[in-house]
Design a protein around this ligand. Structure first.
Ligand code: FES
Length: 118
């Protein structure tokens, strides 16, 4: 197993930033139409900067790991920086190759983040 696969496994088994935020700035729920899994994500933004972000949901190991890695990464970033985040950036965070079906799992938290920032 590569170091990157170990990181993904760790985030899938011990996801960071789970749960709810009391009085979030925004909340969204997104679904993966291929499997029906969903992620609920809360964000707290002050002065255009992400102070906290939390997620909950039923999902596979990839979607959990991607949510954990993404929520860790976005804390402290400005809305402007995050609005420009692309699918390619999300895949760079994961650092592993995925097939077409699994890519949708990895992009689910990015979809949630993008909807939170609208
Ligand atoms: Fe459902 Fe990955 S299989 S989110």
């Amino acid at each position: 197993m590569t170091i990157y696969q170990e990181v993904i496994l760790d985030h899938a088994e011990n996801p960071r930033n789970t749960g709810n935020i009391q009085n979030p700035t925004n909340t969204v729920i997104v679904y993966n139409p291929l499997c029906g899994d969903k992620i609920k994500m809360d964000v707290l933004i002050k002065k255009d900067r992400v102070i906290d972000v939390r997620f909950q949901g039923q999902g596979c190991a990839i979607s959990k790991a991607a949510s954990s890695l993404l929520t860790d990464w976005v804390k402290g970033k400005t809305k402007e920086v995050l609005k420009n985040m692309t699918k390619k950036d999300m895949m760079k965070l994961l650092k592993i190759e995925l097939g077409p079906n699994r890519i949708k799992c990895a992009l689910l938290p990015l979809e949630a983040l993008q909807k939170l920032l609208i």
